[in-house]
Write a protein that binds this ligand. Sequence first.
Ligand code: GDR
Length: 325
Amino acid sequence: MAKKRRKTAIITGVTGQDGSYMAELLLSKEYEVYGLMRRVSTWNSRRIDHLLEHPHFHKKYGDLDDHASLIALTVDVKPDEFYNFGAMSQVRISFEIPRDTITTNTLGVLTILDAIRRFSPKTRFYQASSSEMFGEPGVPVPFNEKTPMIPQNPYGVSKLAAYHLTQQYRHGYGLFATTGILFNHESPRRGENFVTKKVTQAVARIKKGKQNFLMLGNLDAKRDWGWAPEFVEAIHTIMRLDKPDVFVVATGETHSIREFVEEAFGHVGLDWKKFVKIQEDLKRPNDVPLLLGDATKMRRATGWKPKMKFKDIVREMVKYDLEHV
Ligand code: GDR
């Protein structure tokens, strides 16, 4: 009997939180996974180290800024699915390197879309869109797929341009180019520069006497925080639908940074006010004050519903960091 062909997938940003969870999910579903990683001077593969020896995981060097490598990989693999998680994903830093942000987050996507159109038009493409594409103050929450998108930072602009390119390649060329507008999603694998991980790591260090204070910026902003592994499953579900589309993926709950901090310190019995200091330059020139998503369309189309609540997320992240710092 002929062996069943394994599905193939390319993942950019495979060393990141979402990329690493997606690689695990696809390998568990018997895909052949090609993970694109940048060559950097400090080895940064800790989230996928356990996959490097997997017979169906293939590490590929490339870069969203190195368009030849993106085209070559697309042509060589002609994957069934292409997940674009690679990005310059730090909103605050995007104010300092706006051009680099646009080059990576927008032009990289354009190159992938064009390579798919020319050389592998059956490939299903997923673009990681972001709730930072919203954010104009005064627009009523919750935000859904029809809410006006008026980004407040270079990162949001880069993601919005990539979002429109994805739509355009879908409508203009009939590609299966689909996208999820994901609100913040966290896990123990979150990068240390993002506020949740910065807080939970500091809580663990302070508890163990390894750190004295935690410097933070704006505590008033509110975010709709979900659990990354559940959001990655949502993405895979979006790729299984009959048609490409746009879906908000969110929990429908919002909490301030202050609430997150209080909850995290509370887990180890500490009063956060004794340890948190405000550092002005951690504040953004323009911070989106409130994000709250409405994932009704996603729920209706797929039945997807997040299970992990705000308190569960904080607890799991603190627990992990207490065991690992
Ligand atoms: P965000 O995530 O910008 O929403 O984008 P981040 O965790 O960086 O910030 C959330 C909120 O916390 C405030 N804040 C701080 N943020 C950081 N990073 N460091 C601090 O010290 C600090 N103090 C307060 C911020 O001002 C902000 O209001 C994330 C990224 O993953 C994006 O790539 C993704 O697209 C969106 O989520 C959805």
